[in-house]
Design a protein around this ligand. Structure first.
Ligand code: FAD
Length: 548
């Protein structure tokens, strides 16, 4: 028998927790469904020492400045109304941290976030184990808030034009849950890339499921890449604040690729100074050559497996600042890496999505009853995103998504129940012989090389053609009920999502913030338009807000 609830929240990160707790305040039955455990995803990435959230001050002139900075940083690609909402409500949301079990602390001094100009109130937290324990206690003590862990949502089910439930897979097999509204909070898509700073449950499922159900994506060509450790302590975040202590930055065979690639050799110091100010890559300053040096080495030098060697000056051990000392100590404690002594090898790692499922100002999607928030959603951030605004958006828009999903559900009856077998058959169509694992690995490699910090037309076109051919030879249904179901689902999603991203990257024939085209290195005012991506009859369609 199909289980019935009022609101389903998909995900176990910050956005899901915030929206579920908010929706449950309505008294409706709320069910959180999460692939692994509550408090997972990028929000609780085990290979990072802390996360931060940037707040506003509430002083009108300062808030106006904050808005101007965010919009400037987005290079015309962010929704102004949503960012007004962020600035006017984030102060309330940070006060509610205890409602989702987060034990944060406010930095004594305001901090200048990545890509920001002014220092702002900053909240920081790091104790994942304690937060998880707190959140479990909150769920246990809220009778109408339920949790289903180790369960993957495979598809969004619809009754005509409205969402009516979800198709799920867990140890009990494949079944469906009927509901009145759904909040999609499945996070970003790191696993789509060979090197990424996400856990493997963050694999773009929400974006792919939303596309397949008829929703649109926006701004998906804008993704953040941050250097990460290839070795030791694979997938550890590299903190840009350590750059001033960098003594050597060399290819595995000792080449100084930065010196080779910098057009003006006298700018090396300035390049490194600027690169120490922001974690994610952006093309807009000469700091870009730091990332280009690695990417050129990967594309032309075949260095991708080894990473680029960094040695630090011993003085790094004496830095007492907030964004060096805890990181330095954490690396020694958790990973036995001493930056003052050990060589670390880094490369560009996929970090976070700036775009995602297109939402309106109430977190609604184009499908009735389907809401989205957190990193899976798109429109709030643009070509670059200020630091501390992603976790903050999980709170601000998680709150709105939860509240609005509950309000929507109040006025609805449960949609038509669906036969899981039928839903499975109609969702996972295709014929062919490709193995799921081969498909996911192949796509990760393609995205790593051609959807990374350096992009250009021919490789993008070749990548799209290769993935299309793979899609024609892939039959997910063959595997969906067997042991390989998770990988089969992932491969289906990767085939859809990689094409969505690569096509958006191909269409944007300019460079803007995190999107850099080697063949179009400048920002072109003609492209000050956002691209949306949709899926129709298995084909990806990219449209700009107005035609370019
Ligand atoms: C290393 C690192 C450091 C960062 N530091 C900062 C920072 O300091 N400040 C900042 O603002 N941002 C930071 N970010 C970005 C920020 O952490 C994320 O954007 C944000 O936490 C995403 O939260 P989320 O809830 O949307 O998604 P996630 O936290 O990624 O959660 C997604 C959840 O969905 C679940 N899920 C996925 N698919 C399914 C499915 N099919 N069925 C069921 N469940 C599913 C996953 O298991 C997971 O629980 C950082 C990111 C990384 C990777």
């Amino acid at each position: 028998m199909t289980k019935t609830v009022d609101v389903v929240v998909i995900g176990g990160g910050l956005a899901a927790m915030k929206s579920a707790v908010t929706a449950a305040k309505s008294g409706l039955e709320v069910l959180i469904i999460v692939k692994r455990n509550i408090c997972s995803g990028a929000s609780f990435y085990p290979m990072m020492d802390m996360v931060a959230c940037q707040s506003s001050t509430g002083v009108p002139a300062e808030d106006a400045e904050y808005l101007a900075e965010i919009l400037d940083c987005s290079l015309g690609m962010a929704d102004e109304t949503m960012n007004r909402t962020y600035i006017s409500t984030i102060r309330d949301r940070v006060k509610e941290f205890p409602e989702i079990g987060v034990t944060e602390y406010k930095l004594t001094e305001p901090k200048v976030a990545c890509f920001a100009v002014k220092a702002r109130p900053t909240y920081v937290w790091s104790d994942w184990i304690k937060i998880r324990k707190n959140m479990r206690a909150i769920i246990d003590s809220t009778p109408n808030l339920n949790l289903m862990e180790n369960t993957t949502v495979l598809a969004l089910l619809k009754d005509d034009e409205r969402v009516s439930g979800v198709l799920i897979k867990n140890d009990d097999g494949i079944s469906s849950i009927a509901c009145k509204s759904v909040v999609l909070a499945t996070g970003g898509m790191g696993d789509l890339y060979k090197y990424n700073l996400n856990t493997s449950d963050v694999s773009g499922d929400g974006q792919a499921m939303a596309l397949a159900a008829g929703a649109k994506l926006i701004n998906v060509e804008f993704n953040q890449f941050i250097p990460g450790f290839v070795r030791p302590a694979y997938k550890t975040v590299f903190r840009e604040t350590t750059v001033p202590y960098m003594e050597k930055f060399l290819s595995p065979d000792g080449r100084d690729l930065l010196a080779e690639i910098l057009p003006d050799k006298s700018e090396r110091e300035e390049c490194l100074r600027l690169r120490s100010k922001h974690g994610p890559f952006t093309h807009r300053t000469i700091a870009r050559y730091f990332d280009f040096a690695m990417m050129r080495g990967i594309l032309d030098g075949g260095y991708e497996e080894q990473g680029f060697a960094i040695n630090y000056k011993p003085e790094i051990a004496d830095d007492e600042s907030t964004f060096v000392r805890p990181y330095y100590n954490w690396l020694i404690r958790e990973h036995k890496v001493d930056l003052a002594k050990d060589t670390v090898y880094i490369a560009p790692f996929y970090h976070a999505a700036n775009g995602g499922v297109l939402i309106g100002h109430n977190c609604e999607t184009s499908i009735k009853g389907l809401f989205a928030c957190g990193e899976v959603s798109g429109g709030i951030h643009g070509a670059d995103r200020q630091g501390g605004q992603s976790t903050g958006s999980c709170l601000v828009f998680g709150y709105l998504a939860g509240k609005n999903a509950a309000e929507y559900a109040q006025g609805q009856s449960v949609g038509k129940t669906v036969n899981p077998k039928e839903a499975l058959n109609s969702t996972f169509v295709g014929s062919g012989n490709l193995e799921p694992e081969y498909t996911t690995n192949k796509i990760r490699n393609i995205m790593f090389k051609h959807g990374n910090v350096m992009r250009s037309e021919k490789p993008l076109k070749d990548a799209i053609a290769e993935i299309k051919t793979m899609q024609e030879d892939y039959a997910p249904l063959k595997y969906m009920e067997g042991d390989n179901a998770k990988e089969a689902f992932k491969a289906r999603n990767f085939l859809i999502l990689s094409q969505a991203l690569l096509n958006a990257m191909l269409n944007r024939q300019e460079s803007r913030g995190s999107h850099y085209r080697d063949d179009f290195p400048n920002t072109d005012p003609k492209f000050e338009r956002r691209f949306t991506v949709s899926l129709s009859d298995g084909k990806i369609k990219v449209e700009s807000e107005k035609s370019v």
